[in-house]
Design a protein around this ligand. Structure first.
Ligand code: WQD
Length: 351
C-alpha cells in the first residue's frame, strides 16, 4: 500500500515542487490549498509533469478546523507537510494579527487533526529566519535562535515550539479517547529559488516581489525597470549580503527524505530539526553576475541603501541533513539560475 501524504499549501511554489517529488518517489498525495496566494497554474503544471490527472485537490482553508478534520477522515493520511501560511515579511509587520491568526490557527488545526488520527507524522516548513543574526557561521541546528524580527519570523519560531510541545505531550497516547502520538520534523529552509527544469512550475509572486530572484527575473524580462541591490557597504568581500540559495527541486527532495524517515520509523527522536541549504554562502552581487553570465544577458541594476531588517550573512551547516536524511543539495547555482530564467520566460510566453 502506498503511503499517503497531505500537502497543505500544495498548489504554491514549494508545495507544488514537493508534490512532484513525492509522486516520483511513489507516494500518494492529497493537495489542500485555499488558493489565497496562488492560482491553478502550478497545480496544472504538477499534473503535466507527473502525468497524473487524478491527484486529489481539496480547496479548503486550514483555519477551518471542521474542514481539516474532515480531510483527515476522508483520506488515511500517513504524513502531512504543512506549507499553508502567509510569507511576506514586510506585510507581517504591517498586519501582525493576520499573520498570527492565519499561520498559527492553521497549524493548530493540522496538529489537532493529526493527534486524532492514528500514525500521522507532521513535517513543518520552517525557515532560517529563526536564527536571526547568528553570532557564528555557518549555523547548525543547535545554534541558538535569536528573537524574531518580524511577526512572520515569530510564527515560524512559535510553530516549531508548538510542534515540539505536541510531540512531547502526545508521546504517551495509545489511541484511547481517540488520541494518538504525533511525530514531527521541522525543516529550516535557507533561501529557496529556481524552478522545475520543465519550466512548468515555479514561483508566482503577486505584485512587486520581495525576494531577490523573482525581482531579478522580472527585471530581466522587462516587468521591472531596475533591480536595487540593497547595501554594498556590508562587512563582506564585495560589500553585499551573503545567503545560502537552495534550489527548489533539491529542497523538495529533502522533504521526500524527511517524510520517508518519518513513515519508515527511522527517526532518532520524536521531534527533529534539519537545516536545508547548500552550505555555500553566495553574495547578492555574485548571484546577480552569475545570473547574467549563465543566461547571457545584462541586468539593469544599481546599488541602493541597505534594506531594514536584513542580516549581513547567513548560511547553513548541512552536515546533519546530509548524514541523517541521506540528502544533499545537488544542483549548481548556474542550473538553478537558468531554471529561474526559463520559468520567467515560460510565464511571459503564456501570459
Ligand atoms: C536576499 C538578499 C536582500 C531583493 C526572506 C525571508 C526568509 C525566507 C526567504 C520566505 C538580501 C537582497 C533582495 C532586492 C536585494 N522566507 N535583495 N534586492 O531576506 O534573505 O529571506 O526570504 O518566505 O524568511 O526573510 O531573502 O530574497 O528577500 O533577500 O538586494 O530587490 O537579496 O537585501 O540580502 P531574505 P530575499
Amino acid at each position: 500500500m502506498k503511503k499517503r501524504v497531505l500537502v497543505s499549501g500544495g498548489a504554491g511554489y514549494i508545495g507544488s515542487h514537493v508534490t512532484v517529488e513525492l509522486i516520483a518517489a511513489g507516494y500518494e498525495v492529497v493537495v489542500a490549498d485555499n488558493m489565497s496566494n496562488c492560482d491553478m497554474t502550478c497545480f496544472e503544471g504538477v499534473k503535466k509533469i507527473t502525468g497524473r490527472d487524478d491527484i486529489p485537490f481539496e480547496k479548503i482553508d486550514c483555519c477551518d478546523s471542521a474542514a481539516v478534520d474532515k480531510l483527515f477522515s476522508d483520506y488515511a493520511i500517513d504524513a502531512v507537510i504543512h506549507f499553508a501560511a502567509f510569507k511576506a515579511v514586510g506585510e507581517s509587520v504591517a498586519e501582525p494579527l493576520k499573520y498570527y491568526r492565519n499561520n498559527l490557527l492553521s497549524f493548530l488545526n493540522i496538529l489537532e487533526a493529526a493527534k486524532s488520527h492514528s500514525g500521522c507524522n507532521v513535517l513543518f516548513s520552517s525557515s532560517a529566519t529563526v536564527y536571526g543574526e547568528a553570532e557564528t557561521l555557518p549555523v547548525t541546528e543547535s545554534t541558538p535562535r535569536m528573537p524574531a524580527t518580524s511577526p512572520y519570523g515569530n510564527t515560524k519560531q512559535m510553530s516549531e515550539d508548538i510542534l515540539r510541545d505536541v510531540v512531547f505531550a502526545t508521546a504517551k497516547y495509545d489511541g484511547k479517547d481517540g488520541q494518538w502520538p504525533v511525530k514531527g520534523i521541522a525543516l529550516r529552509y535557507f533561501n529557496p529559488m529556481g524552478a522545475h527544469p520543465s519550466a512548468l512550475i515555479g514561483e508566482l509572486p503577486r505584485g512587486v516581489p520581495n525576494n531577490l530572484v523573482p525581482f531579478i527575473t522580472q527585471t530581466a524580462i522587462g516587468k521591472r525597470e531596475c533591480l536595487s541591490i540593497f547595501g554594498n557597504d556590508y562587512p563582506t568581500a564585495d560589500g553585499t549580503c551573503l545567503r545560502d540559495y537552495i534550489d527548489v527541486v533539491d529542497l523538495a527532495k529533502a522533504h521526500v527524505a524527511a517524510v520517508s524517515r518519518m513513515v519508515e520509523g527511522k527517526m532518532k527522536e520524536d521531534y527533529e530539526i534539519f537545516n536545508i541549504g547548500t552550505g555555500r554562502p553566495v553574495s547578492v552581487y555574485e548571484l546577480v553576475t552569475a545570473f547574467e553570465k549563465v543566461n547571457g544577458l545584462k541586468l539593469n541594476y544599481k546599488f541602493a541603501p541597505r534594506r531594514p531588517g536584513d542580516v549581513v550573512a547567513i548560511w547553513a551547516d548541512t552536515s546533519l541533513a546530509n548524514k541523517e536524511l541521506g540528502w544533499k543539495a545537488e544542483r549548481t547555482l548556474e542550473q538553478t539560475l537558468a531554471s529561474a530564467w526559463a520559468w520567467e520566460k515560460h510565464l511571459a510566453e503564456n501570459a
